[in-house]
Design a protein around this ligand. Structure first.
Ligand code: FES
Length: 188
């Protein structure tokens, strides 16, 4: 049984990201897909910090590697069935940042534009390996480079769903980047 996590990485999030953790560092340390949230509380004028939550992403089977066809997207919901959870899995046919499989070309992204939440469903373009243009303000994202913005109004990359291969089964195990409309990816 093979067991692989998409830890390859060659690109950064680019300017505008609000995440202080580089994608490389995140992927190198996110084997358990676990995030710890620190909450600042102010009591009687004194600041105190306490760990509030240890939230773990679900491990969800979303497809089999052998069933994928190049440039044919597969839609799925992750990390839950809630609003803005719609995502797309696609075999690009060319190596990509975070790509899974022997060709490192299978990637997955959330479907909602980071600018104002435009729905990018059905906008995958095989010629450019991109999602977009967004129906609201035309943002377009490069799926070979961690969903970085190619053009348009957005200033943050598209959230990338982290994938794991177990035999022929592809699992979603986490998300890098914040889903539009959420304060926490795990609170749908
Ligand atoms: S909502 Fe997509 S570019 Fe504005």
């Amino acid at each position: 049984m093979t067991h692989e996590i998409n830890s390859s990485d060659t690109a950064s999030r680019g300017p505008g990201t609000k995440c202080g953790l580089s994608r490389r560092k995140f992927l190198l340390t996110s084997g358990t897909a676990t995030a710890t949230v620190m909450v600042s509380m102010n009591h009687a004028g004194a600041d105190s910090h306490m760990p509030a939550t240890v939230a773990t992403y679900p491990r969800k089977k979303i497809a089999t590697l052998s069933s994928l066809q190049t440039d044919v997207p597969v839609e799925f919901d992750y990390p839950d069935e809630g609003e803005y959870s719609s995502s797309v899995l696609v075999k690009l046919g060319t190596e990509a940042g975070g790509g899974l499989g022997p060709d490192k070309d299978v990637v997955a992204f959330n479907h909602f534009c980071t600018h104002q939440g435009g729905d990018l469903s059905g906008s995958y373009k095989g010629e450019t390996k991109s999602l977009g243009a967004c129906p609201l303000h035309l943002s377009t994202y490069d799926l070979t480079r961690h969903g970085i913005l190619i053009s348009g109004q957005a200033y943050q990359s598209l959230p990338q769903v982290l994938l794991e291969l177990d035999g022929d089964d592809i699992y979603a195990v986490g998300i890098f980047g914040l889903i539009f409309g959420r304060h926490d990816n795990l609170q749908g």
